[in-house]
Design a protein around this ligand. Structure first.
Ligand code: ADP
Ligand code: MG
Length: 497
């Protein structure tokens, strides 16, 4: 039996209210073509609702609304803008439960371990950035007594934000909250797999903010995302998604000479030394692989290098720990692990499991598929710990974005660092050790934008987050992110002679 925390909250009804709509200029409107596409629950395969099929005409309308609203918004004092963003945060907090249930319904992410956590982070991002309005300040350089110089952070104008489906509300918040506080207007393109929770967020924000300042379009990448990147009035693109799409966006942005922030994939290594606290490292691995989200995280610890003495016990304990996790209805409080988001991702993950087996690896499958009849067609993949794979395995070099991790044995620390750095990606990395010297050394040498010792956390407000190499460019979640990515610095000189 499903146990719901707030029985009156009906995420299906919420999605139906938003069915077939974009949010443009403060109004819910259908796509200009009238077309829609289906969004199905990955847990039951039931139709959640139809979403608006946004295309170039809708992009044009949304960008025009944003452009018009931005002029007045830029004149609003920065702290006033911030206060309104904080109001949004407070309101979103009040709607936390319904947002959590809606995102759980459309993405299959478990309510207790994932979706409710995301809804909390969403509100917190607005509260955090809302307090930063007064940080939009510049410098004065003393050249001479009769020459006054000022640098001033200016809004860019209209920001295009293209978001993925894995943590759609959180990733959207870390883009639009700083963009808006900095005086910009935004057009967001949601991921085709998860259009409703983010649209609901915008509907809630719409109660507080001027109409047109932010606009939400649902649709497919080539039909709706591409025209947003190409639109002449979009001054910057911020994108989170796959490496391949990131490259396409970067090329269009290069043609237009507009800046981009790209948060792309990862293949984040975790190194466990013989002197590590084994239980802590195992707990860190289980949360780090993000099994609760079926591994659908760009920072997932998808390569785990364990030193020889701990190797066997690490794997045994990790299996025990994942076996104890419950797979089931994403909306059930008892569920630890929900589903994969879509059939396409499901097939992709299964193909990687097949590749690993064909490469000679041992697939240790953990936990159990849900037994309830309603979920028998759900997109559940049992968590897999792979061992015994060759060093050049595709499971070690390529991002899987599923509940699959590879555990490799090493004896020499130098070899582990070399293996960890031998990747096209550079998003996150962790080292587990009780030796301070090893820890310090690894923090300096691991090639990643985000390195942690003896823990495996995710994004924290005001801690810059972003990768190097093919994991992308630019930082998010911090003051630095707001100033560097959502403003340009104007230099002003006043000759007083
Ligand atoms: P995934 O493979 O996880 O779906 P994508 O990079 O395809 O990752 O999707 C992330 C976001 O990028 C989604 O909102 C998607 O619609 C959008 N997108 C996909 N292709 C393009 C494109 N050519 N131009 C702009 N946006 C795109
Ligand atoms: Mg996609």
């Amino acid at each position: 039996m499903s146990e719901r925390l707030i029985p009156n909250c009906d995420p299906f009804a919420l999605a139906k209210e938003l069915a077939g709509m974009n949010l443009i200029n403060g109004r819910l409107v259908p796509a200009a073509s009238g077309k829609t596409f289906e969004v199905r629950s990955p847990a039951t395969r039931q139709l959640v609702a139809e979403a608006a099929y946004g295309e170039a005409a809708d992009v044009a309308e949304a960008v025009a609304a944003a452009k018009a609203a931005q002029r007045g918004w830029a004149k609003t004092p920065a702290r006033e803008r911030g206060k309104l963003i904080q109001e949004c945060g407070q309101l979103l907090n009040q709607h936390k439960e319904e947002l959590a249930q809606l995102v759980a319904l459309e993405t299959g992410k478990a309510i207790r371990t994932e979706s409710r956590v995301e809804a909390g982070v969403l509100a917190d991002a607005f509260l955090y950035y809302g307090g930063l309005g007064s940080e939009l300040k510049g410098d004065s350089v003393p050249f001479s007594p009769d020459m006054m110089t000022i640098t001033q952070p200016m809004p860019i104008g209209v920001i295009g934000a293209i978001i993925p489906w894995n943590v759609p509300m959180m990733l959207m918040a870390y883009k639009i909250a700083p963009a808006l506080v900095a005086g910009n207007a935004v057009v967001v393109k949601s991921a085709e797999e998860a259009p409703f929770a983010v649209l609901r967020v915008c509907q809630i924000m719409n109660q507080v903010l001027p109409h047109g300042l932010f606009n939400m379009l649902s649709g497919y990448g080539p039909e709706c995302g591409a025209p947003l990147v190409a639109h002449q009035d979009v001054g910057k693109i911020t994108f989170t998604g796959s490496v391949d799409t990131g490259k396409i966006i970067y090329k269009t942005a290069a043609e237009r000479l507009i800046p981009v922030t790209l948060e792309l994939g990862g293949k984040s290594p975790m190194i466990v030394m013989n002197d590590a606290d084994l239980d802590r490292a195992v707990a860190g691995a289980v949360s780090g692989v993000r099994f609760t989200r079926q591994g659908q995280s760009c920072t997932a610890a998808s390569r785990i290098y364990v030193q020889d003495q701990l190797y066997d016990s690490f794997i045994a304990k990790m299996k025990d720990s994942v076996d104890a996790m419950v797979m089931g209805d994403p909306l059930d409080e008892a569920t630890d692990i929900g589903t994969i988001v879509s059939q396409q991702q499901y097939d992709r993950v299964q193909s990687y499991i097949d590749i690993g087996k064909s490469e000679g690896g041992t697939a240790i499958e953990c936990s159990q598929l849900p037994s309830q009849a309603d979920f028998k067609d759900g997109l559940y993949v049992r968590p897999v710990i792979f061992t015994g794979l060759p060093e050049d395995s595709r499971l070690i070099t390529e991002e899987i974005f599923g509940p699959v991790t590879v555990v490799q044995k090493f004896s020499d620390y130098e070899a582990a660092i070399a293996a960890a750095n031998d990747s096209i990606y550079g998003l996150a990395a962790t080292i587990w050790t009780t030796n301070l010297k090893t820890a310090m050394d690894a923090t300096q040498r691991l090639e990643a934008g985000f390195v942690q010792v003896n823990q495996n956390l995710v994004v924290l407000p005001n801690l810059s987050y972003g990768g190097i190499k093919q994991s992308g460019m630019g930082k998010e979640a911090s003051l630095e992110a707001m100033l560097n990515h959502y403003t340009h610095k104007k230099t002003i000189i006043i000759n007083m002679t």
